[in-house]
Ligand binder design. Structure first.
Ligand SMILES: Cc1cc2nc3c(=O)[nH]c(=O)nc-3n(C[C@H](O)[C@H](O)[C@H](O)COP(=O)(O)OP(=O)(O)OC[C@H]3O[C@@H](n4cnc5c(N)ncnc54)[C@H](O)[C@@H]3O)c2cc1C
Length: 414
């Protein structure tokens, strides 16, 4: 694969851009692979990438029922942070945030990582106490955050109203090296690197069944035929329950729609990400100038990748209180994605009752930020049978009661 560089752009400008290669190949599936990954979202692709890069396992297929990155990876609001409360969460999210810092260089693909800073507003005394606790936990975990006072919030975000009628801003948990990245580019960059290592990224191919022999996974059935495999990684976010059912086990996850919307583009007015969990909304400004707005999840299980009117109303109403100037903005688009929620709001990266079959799911409303770290850890789990980053996130925690409660860090927050 030819490298992208300033020199390559100049060279192609002189030859009418006729020399660019396809970013990834579109091969037909082989009969058998060492590892099959179901789901070409960010997590599935990152898993494959680190299998090759860290463990030299490249006889890998990543199978996607739609188009690459068309699931939650291409639908999220791109917030990246690692200010979680519990130690196992801070470890994997901070690993991920650190990998994001150099991901563009590692992949030779500009993923537009923008560490512009993320603040989580405290708008009740209860929330303030929770964030002060998180700040201290983060200090012990080596995650750099600090609790800032309302005056500093106002200095960083001049358009905010800190004296709101219902919920004045009492401070915020501020992570300076948190931020955003271009979500599609993360998927595209990993796909290009996987293809470059000889892996097969197979789009428009749905997995419809999982075969086993003597309690061990042996193949998947797909709309493009049977594909044999020695190991299987299920990385399908909101469809995890359906895939687990095919593999013969059940998961403690619920699938619900989470939605977001963007406004018309406006001049730069906010250069950090603000999350307001009490009023249930968060906002950042994209490089194009649109205000990117996210709200809460549906209160009922469903598989519809759509938004709904009442969520727009609730989210925008909540944010107008905190940012009065957005009352005059026109909203352009809304959309939804199916997220997979666990009871303790923490992910599952685990072996399963079917030998050779591994599951990565339960990232719920906040897995984009975890994409590189999740792939890094999941690759180790598949290659070696365990990883220090995944041990606490095993399926057994639900049987043993070792929950990793992140309901404060997760909430509406992504
Ligand atoms: C509106 C919204 C806002 C969000 N905002 C944020 C945020 O700001 N920050 C953050 O960190 N996270 C956020 N998230 C969550 C984040 O998007 C997800 O946790 C993350 O993208 C999950 O990535 P994934 O690769 O596991 O899943 P996906 O990207 O959904 O990939 C799974 C893939 O599996 C495929 N698949 C499913 N079934 C099959 C099958 N049978 N055969 C083959 N392929 C199959 C799907 O088509 C899909 O492409 C948000 C999510 C939504 C919906």
């Amino acid at each position: 694969m030819k490298r992208y560089s300033a020199f390559a752009i100049a060279r192609e400008a002189f030859r009418q851009h006729s020399g660019w290669q396809h970013a990834w190949a579109s091969p037909e599936p082989c009969e058998r692979y060492d590892v099959v990954i179901v789901g070409a979202g960010g997590h599935g692709l990152a898993t494959a990438y680190y299998l090759g890069k860290r463990f030299g396992i490249t006889n890998v297929a990543i199978i996607e029922k739609g188009w690459l990155g068309g699931g939650n990876t291409g639908r999220n609001t791109t917030i990246i942070r690692s200010n979680y409360l519990q130690d196992p969460s801070a470890a994997i999210y901070e690993k991920s945030r650190a990998l994001y810092e150099t991901l563009s260089q590692d992949l030779n693909y500009n993923i537009m990582f923008s560490p512009r800073g993320v603040m989580m507003l405290a708008q009740t005394e209860h929330e303030k106490r929770g964030y002060l606790r998180t700040e201290r936990a983060n200090a012990l975990q080596g995650v750099k955050t600090r609790f800032i006072q309302p005056a500093e919030v106002k200095r960083l975000v001049p358009i905010i109203n800190i004296d709101g009628p219902r919920y004045p801003v009492l401070g915020a948990l501020w992570q300076e090296r948190a931020g955003t990245a271009r979500h599609d580019a993360v998927a595209w960059g990993y796909a290009r690197a996987c293809s470059d290592m000889g892996m097969h990224v197979i789009e428009q191919c749905a997995v419809t069944g999982v075969e086993s022999a003597n309690g061990k996974v042996s193949a998947v059935n797909t709309t493009k035929g049977r594909i044999g495999c020695a190991k299987l990684g299920i990385v399908v976010a909101g469809h995890s329950g359906a895939l687990a059912d095919m593999a013969g086990f059940r998961l403690p996850v619920e699938s619900v729609a989470l939605q977001a919307l963007v406004s018309e583009p406006i001049k730069p007015c906010m250069d950090v990400v603000v999350m307001a969990n009490t009023v249930h909304g968060y906002m950042s400004q994209s490089d194009k100038g649109e205000m990117v707005i996210g709200g809460g999840a549906d209160g009922f299980n469903n598989y519809t990748q759509r938004g709904s009117w009442h969520h727009i109303e609730e989210t925008v109403r909540a944010l107008v209180e905190t940012f009065p100037m957005i009352s005059r903005l026109k909203m352009l688009r809304q959309w939804g994605g199916i997220v997979d929620m666990t009871g303790d709001r923490s992910p599952i990266l685990s072996k399963t009752p079917l030998e050779g079959c591994f599951i990565n799911c339960g990232w719920g409303t906040g897995g984009f930020k975890a994409t590189p770290g999740s792939g890094w850890a999941m690759a180790e789990l598949i290659a070696k049978g365990h990883s220090p980053l995944t041990d606490a996130f095993s399926l057994t925690r639900f049987r043993e009661g070792h929950f990793i409660d992140e309901s404060v860090a997760a909430g509406v927050a992504h």
